[in-house]
Design a binder for this molecule. Structure first.
Ligand SMILES: [Zn+2]
Length: 247
């Protein structure tokens, strides 16, 4: 019989010396299906984290008109964030489902990076597939790619010069980008103490989850965190690809 594989504990690679984070994703609910438990842990440690949604997720509920869905989903996101210690929630108001990588998205991301001046940026997986092997979605991929470039743009005074006119000086202090559930994950964050608040924050997406029918999102996220935890030697864990940013 084979020995149990060594748990891949790489906690030493988790960024530690930081106080301000920006969690930026395409849709309301993206963080709750991914990074929220780790965010709950980080805010409990006294770190300040801002949420920024590129869209309001208005195309996410089949039975509901986008105008109404966008309004409800934004409110659900604000309530959800509060449960993991986040009180600053922003929306960039790009169109859901048809998000395009490009200069408008890079500019908007640069703006929020300069406004919030984070040392760490948290996002969702932007690779073609998830760590589970499932195919990723176009908005997620466009957001991640624009985010990697938007962070660099935020540091360059001569890119998007109109941001200077808005009083936003360059910010070159972002040191790491963490992408949850990437197939290239390199760190596992132990979230054993924070899984319940993360699941409660997921449950705040009431209308969205109702629109998913029989799919039990709470059970899905709990099981995923358990399976990830097993690989990192924790009861529950969230894994991230860590990108060290050269600015
Ligand atoms: Zn999404």
């Amino acid at each position: 019989m084979n020995a149990t594989p060594e748990p891949q504990i790489t906690r030493d690679e988790e960024p530690e010396n930081w106080s301000k984070g920006l969690a930026l994703v395409a849709h309301p609910d993206d963080l709750e299906f991914g990074a929220a438990a780790a965010i709950a842990r980080w805010t409990s440690e006294g770190r300040q984290i801002t949420y920024c949604m590129v869209t309001r997720g208005e195309a996410g509920i089949d039975s509901m008109d986008p105008d109404k869905a966008g309004e409800i989903r934004a409110l659900e996101q604000v309530a959800s964030a509060r449960l993991v210690g986040v009180n600053d929630v922003r929306f960039l108001d790009f169109p859901d489902g048809v998000l395009e990588y490009g200069l408008p998205l890079r500019r908007a991301i640069s703006r929020v990076v300069r406004q919030t001046r984070p040392e760490v940026i948290i996002t969702n997986n932007f690779r073609d597939v998830w760590d589970t092997g499932e195919l990723n979605q176009a908005d997620h991929i466009a957001t991640g790619q624009a985010l990697l470039d938007g962070v660099r743009d935020a540091a360059n005074r001569w890119v998007f010069r109109e941001l200077l006119d808005e009083g936003l000086e360059p910010w070159a202090g972002t040191q790491w980008l963490l992408a949850a559930h990437s197939p290239r994950s390199t760190i596992g964050v132990d979230v054993t103490e924070h899984i319940e608040s993360a699941l409660a924050s997921l449950a705040e997406h009431k209308e969205y989850l109702a629109g998913l029918g029989d799919f039990d999102a709470i059970d899905y996220v709990r099981t995923l965190a358990q399976e990830t935890g097993r690989r990192y030697g924790a009861e529950y864990a969230v894994e991230f690809e860590k990108v060290t940013l050269a600015t």
